[in-house]
Design a binder for this molecule. Structure first.
Ligand code: ADP
Ligand code: ZN
Length: 730
């Protein structure tokens, strides 16, 4: 709780989420307000949300200062949270108002608590008893005086909601209004723990002791897929709950939450609170408020859950910590893994970074002694790691327009005979990445971006993967007007599925790609049906690399292992290595041994050899040496600057000027590279130019960047985005 209190009429400084570059003074309202209070204040003709950030500056005529309209009925922001937002804003060079927007992303925070109808046992007996009616009354009687929603009763009684409503008319069930934002059910840390293997028990003990210490610390929990990392970190969560503190588990993909929720329920007796884009507005609001008042003990969420107003955060688990989706690539450019460490250090909380294939950043922090490390060496139970090998595509006899080599085909056929599943992995959505006119050679591109349009046959449209623009699949070439001469070039998962169906006519082929399902729920159901064995051949994108359990899967065929090795990204080797190992980890999770094969045209490439050899430490050591020599992350610091404008000349002029006036950067020994056209030189009609700044690890990079950027005025349509620790270079 914040101590500082402002009495009515005292000047307070209020930070709003509006795009203005300073805080404004207001008078504290009738009844006063606490430091950190969420308030509504007048801003010109509008009423906006803000947070009391401190005492007012008093640099304005007191008589003209307006009053806070009201204090919202939510818990005030904790001091640690304010410190966190300030530090995160400084680190990512984000204006404070944008940070606050991230921290208040719940709808209707200022509204009075909304109500909903709940039902409990009434006083009268129904005049005519039916089976369905008896079931409803039975459920209500079993739980004594508790009230439930219509849906809850209908579901647990196995009847339609109209049965319940009928009973309300008869007075046998009573209806009342109850607030929607109710606390989450209490989790029981001592309920359904599994018996751990000795490896796991050692790991769980180390993590639990760290949580009990009540201090900050970060531990890398490394273990192959299926080694029980989740079981182990759930023990740390249990300890955190016993300490009466809140725990947060971050997952990289919403589609993973369903399986995780089920496991939490089995372990602790109830489901935790959820926070991600698939959660309804009312549930988001409830989650935000309950987290703030300490009535949600465990939250499972996407990266933005880190900005929830925790009362007393004791533990954050970042699962699949190497995953690139932890980096937010638009708006506020932050890396949730790194911000987790910052937040935990301000809260005396523990961080667990879990992965089978940790990022080089985390690996280097362990080497440097900043993070502790717990390793689970083997898979749980009978499951063994898959056998890995390469298929040398240079010697395979494969006609054009086909991608499954004869060797891979035979392996899949063997699985089909034994009733096991195979996965054909291709990290490319859609039907074909390029559509070309066979008459004139024209490739269909996006009107607003420098990118080819990807055919999505399932949607019968062409789509730009940069800006999301779609158009109907044309029959006439837009360049030479030849009719019916457009042809797909290269494979996407939809085309792979077509090939798989042709090669294995009796097999049930399923496609797993994030864009093929209308909703997160539909995707979840599809994944579950595959896990039950309702498909023989799965064709999937990187979605399948992320921790799903497919017990019958015994073969993974990587269609194009070379795909990720191209490109100028400094992390290309690391990414390919992680992705391939994750995908291979899908095979043989249960009792049957799995096999993983990589189709490649360069089997002697060091990354391919490291993957096949399975010598991870050797791969990391070699990769670390290369990055250290080049002075790039994690051994040096980088910032990416993207300038954009509809006017090409304007962006290049500014870029050139910035490269020339690099005094503030040179002062800290940093170098500027560029300007150069960004790899995607135009997005949504805006031309893009990149500069890259490199500095030594210890250099005060942010300060220098601020001083540097302050020299330039952004006129008209010019925009500048600064990305600290850039992950992608597009
Ligand atoms: P990871 O998170 O490392 O991929 P999981 O925790 O998901 O591994 O474990 C893989 C599977 O093995 C899960 O189905 C899990 O329930 C099971 N498992 C792991 N450890 C144990 C254990 N000690 N007792 C029973 N089942 C376990
Ligand atoms: Zn586009």
């Amino acid at each position: 709780m914040n101590q500082e209190f402002f009495h009515e009429g005292d000047l307070v400084s209020v930070q709003t989420a509006q795009p203005i570059d300073r805080m404004l003074d207001y008078k504290a309202p009738e009844g006063g307000c606490h430091l950190g209070a969420f308030v509504e204040v007048p801003l010109g003709p509008r009423k906006v949300l803000g947070v009391v950030w401190g005492a007012g500056k008093g640099d304005f005529d007191y008589k003209k200062v307006r009053s806070v309209i009201r204090v919202l009925d939510v818990a005030p922001m904790a001091d640690e949270m304010r410190q966190f937002l300030i530090k995160a804003a400084d680190y990512t060079l984000t204006p404070m108002n944008a940070m606050l927007r991230l921290a208040t992303r719940a709808p209707g925070l200022g509204d009075a608590p909304s109500m909903r109808k709940v039902y409990r046992l009434g006083t009268d007996e129904p005049t005519r008893m039916t089976d369905a009616r008896a079931k409803v009354l039975g459920v209500l009687r079993d739980y004594g005086g508790l009230a439930f929603t219509l849906k809850e009763i209908a579901e647990s009684a196995g009847v339609t909601t109209s049965v319940v409503k009928g009973l309300v008319k008869l007075g046998a069930v009573s209806e009342e209004d109850a607030p929607r934002d109710v606390p989450y059910p209490r989790l029981d840390p001592d309920r359904g723990g599994k018996e751990l293997t000795s490896d796991q028990a050692v790991g769980a003990k180390i993590l639990s002791e760290a949580v009990r210490s009540g201090t900050y610390g970060t531990t890398l929990l490394k273990g192959v897929t299926g080694s029980g990392k989740t079981e182990v970190y759930l023990e740390a969560v249990a300890e955190c709950l016993r300490q009466g503190r809140q725990a947060l588990v971050l997952l990289p993909e919403i589609a993973l939450t369903a399986e995780f929720l089920t496991r939490v329920e089995a372990r602790f007796g109830c489901k935790p609170a959820e926070w991600h884009s698939g959660v309804t507005m009312t549930e988001r609001r409830r989650c935000w408020r309950m987290v703030g008042q300490g009535d949600a003990q465990l939250i499972v969420g996407a990266r933005s859950a880190l900005f929830l107003p925790f009362r007393d955060l004791g533990l954050v688990v970042v699962d699949e910590e190497h995953d690139t989706s932890y980096k937010q690539e638009d708006g506020v450019l932050y890396n949730a893994r790194d911000m987790t460490v910052l937040r935990a250090s301000l809260n005396a909380a523990q961080v667990v970074l879990a992965s089978a294939t940790p990022s080089l950043e985390s690996w280097a922090n362990v080497e440097a002694g900043k993070y502790a490390r717990v390793t689970l060496a083997s898979r749980y139970g009978a499951a063994v790691l898959p056998k890995m090998s390469a298929i040398d595509m240079r010697i395979e006899d494969l006609p054009g327009g086909r991608w499954v080599s004869p060797s891979l085909q035979k392996m899949v056929e063997a699985r089909l005979e034994r009733g096991e599943q195979s996965l054909l992995f291709l990290n490319r959505r859609g039907y074909a990445p390029v559509t070309i006119c066979r008459a004139c050679g024209h490739q269909i591109g996006c009107d607003d971006c420098d990118a080819t349009m990807v055919e999505h046959r399932f949607l019968k449209r062409l789509m730009c993967h940069q800006c999301g623009e779609t158009k109907p699949m044309p029959t006439v070439c837009p360049s030479c007007e030849a009719v019916d001469r457009l042809a797909p070039v290269g494979p996407g998962v939809e085309r792979m599925a077509e090939e798989a169906q042709a090669l294995f006519p009796d097999a049930r082929v399923a496609v797993l790609s994030s864009d093929l399902y209308g909703s997160a729920r539909a995707l979840k159901e599809h994944i579950q049906s595959i896990a039950r064995g309702e498909a023989d051949v799965i064709v999937g994108t990187q979605l399948v690399a992320k921790g799903h359990n497919f017990p019958k899967l015994t073969l993974v065929g990587v269609i194009d292992a070379d795909l990720g090795l191209q490109g100028s990204d400094l992390r290309a080797a690391e990414r390919t290595f992680q992705l391939m190992r994750q995908v291979a980890g899908r095979a043989g999770r249960a009792e049957i041994a799995g096999e993983a094969v990589l189709q490649t045209f360069q089997p002697e490439h060091p990354v391919i050899r490291a993957i096949l050899g399975g010598d991870e430490e050797a791969f990391w050591t070699a990769e670390a040496a290369e990055r250290r020599a080049a002075g790039v992350p994690p051994y040096g610091r980088m910032a990416g600057i993207v300038l954009s404008s509809p006017n090409v000349q304007e962006v290049f002029d500014l870029g050139t000027q910035m490269a020339r006036m690099d005094g503030p950067l040179r002062k800290i020994g940093a170098q500027v590279y560029g300007p150069a056209p960004a790899p995607i030189a135009r997005i949504r009609g805006r031309h893009r130019v990149r500069l890259l700044v490199k500095a030594e690890k210890s250099a005060p990079l942010q300060q220098a960047l601020v001083a540097w950027a302050a020299q330039f005025k952004l006129r008209g349509e010019l925009r500048m985005a600064i990305d600290i620790d850039p992950q992608s270079f597009y």
